[in-house]
Design a protein. Structure first.
Length: 415
């Protein structure tokens, strides 16, 4: 083995160990689920700020108490909570492009102890919701990206942001953009207004990669994004599903609402999502390494583009997902659509719901509903909108190499 290969392998192992360590701390029982304004939330923000401080990042606020990475905000009407965004900057090295900023971000909060109204998928169970995938995984990758670009010195400036209170309605990212609209003499090393932000890359739930598959939303929000994503996917060996619009339940939606082109990276949902079972041992750390390599190359290309990324307004492709359907199958379909087999994979089939009661299981590929074929999430939503409660319909699935038709009795969704 050559010295160069040995060094590369050692660096690979070190990066993965650092990501694992970050996840294990942020998703530990000690942090109690990182609910905004709690002791665990404070410990999480201090951990992230300390990592940035050790790397000697540029601060974003003048602060005599050495908290120059904190953007504090208070939210809530009936119950006010104070938390933070943790932000640092790598100045660009190009004389012209350094005045343009790319935001690379993740959110670090989670659901705390869960309970009714918390967003937990087990609202009747009070217990720490560790949020290993959601979103300690994204935080760990973004910290490694920050470490890389601090040394690499990109042409454009990069803002590394860890947003608070995302689970409460994208509060932290909205507060950050609102802060950027107004003059603040304490703010340093950031663009004078939000117009200096030319692109945003968001990583949320990137810890459960399967079959080298990833979803990238926002590929239509700038004219060069789709080709760039596909080229990087080919270079890094990932199967990437491109979704044109930048909407969806994560912080990139705050930016696309302000006419900023975005890219949102995720490896998709799973049974442990928003439950106490989202723990570090369930993550695919090799997959996180692949996500790191993909996002690192993607951001490097964004930072080096000779022209400012243009913004294209793309209507949401998720309109149907917000419709008030009369029925539910009780499953979460594969939003990535990365399978090469015709149909739509059922990522999560919820116990006790119609699909599960009929015999459909997580991982089955749904090929027909009520005799009509489907190939993607949009067709699934359209077919769902046609169905009526109280009826029983055939659903054809592929399980391994076996084709099975299940009779599913439809029930209304719980409002």
């Amino acid at each position: 083995m050559s010295v160069a290969v040995a060094f590369a392998l050692q660096a690979f192992a070190q990066r993965q160990e650092e990501m694992r360590g970050a996840v294990e701390y942020l998703a530990s029982q000690e942090l109690g689920g990182r609910f905004p304004g709690t002791h665990g939330d404070t410990l999480a923000s201090e951990f992230i700020a300390d990592q940035l401080r050790k790397l000697k990042f540029k601060r974003v606020v003048k602060d005599k108490k050495n908290k120059g990475y904190y953007h504090d905000f208070t939210y809530g009407k009936t119950e006010q909570r104070t938390t933070h965004n943790i932000i640092a900057v790598v100045p660009g090295k190009d004389k012209r492009l350094k005045h343009e900023y790319i935001v690379v971000c993740s959110h670090y909060d989670h659901l705390g102890m869960g309970g009714e109204g918390s967003g937990s998928r087990r609202p009747d169970t009070l217990g720490v919701h560790p949020g290993a995938d959601d979103n300690a995984s994204g935080d760990a990758v973004v910290l490694e990206l920050a470490r890389h670009f601090k040394k690499a010195r990109p042409a454009r400036s990069i803002i590394f942001a860890f947003f608070g209170a995302e689970e409460q309605g994208l509060v932290g990212s909205k507060q950050f953009l609102e802060w950027m609209k107004h003059d603040d003499r304490r703010r340093i090393n950031l663009p004078k207004t939000k117009d200096g932000i030319v692109a945003m890359v968001n990583l949320d739930m990137v810890g459960r990669m399967r079959d080298k598959a990833m979803s990238v939303s926002g590929t239509g929000t700038s004219s060069s994004f789709k080709a760039m994503v596909e080229e990087v996917a080919g270079q890094t060996g990932l199967h990437v599903a491109c979704i044109p619009d930048g909407y969806g339940p994560s912080d990139q939606a705050s930016f696309v609402a302000q006419d900023i082109p975005v890219l949102f990276l995720t490896t998709g949902g799973h049974m442990e999502y928003h439950t106490p079972a989202d723990v570090p041992s369930t993550l695919n750390y090799d997959g996180m390494q692949q996500t790191l390599e993909f996002s690192r190359e993607l951001i490097a290309r964004l930072a080096a583009m000779p022209e400012t990324p243009d913004y294209i307004s793309v209507p949401s492709s998720q309109k149907m997902s917000h419709a008030k359907f009369k029925v539910t199958l009780g499953l979460m379909p594969d939003v990535m659509g990365a399978s090469t087999i015709p149909g739509l994979r059922a990522d999560i089939v919820v116990a006790g719901k119609p699909a599960h009661n009929a015999g459909i299981r997580s991982g089955d590929i749904i090929q027909e509903i009520n005799g009509k074929p489907l190939k993607d999430i949009n067709e699934y939503m359209e077919l769902l909108a046609e169905l009526q409660p109280g009826t029983t319909i055939p659903v054809k699935v592929l399980r391994g190499e076996e084709t099975i038709v299940f009779q599913v009795h439809l029930t209304p969704p719980v409002r």
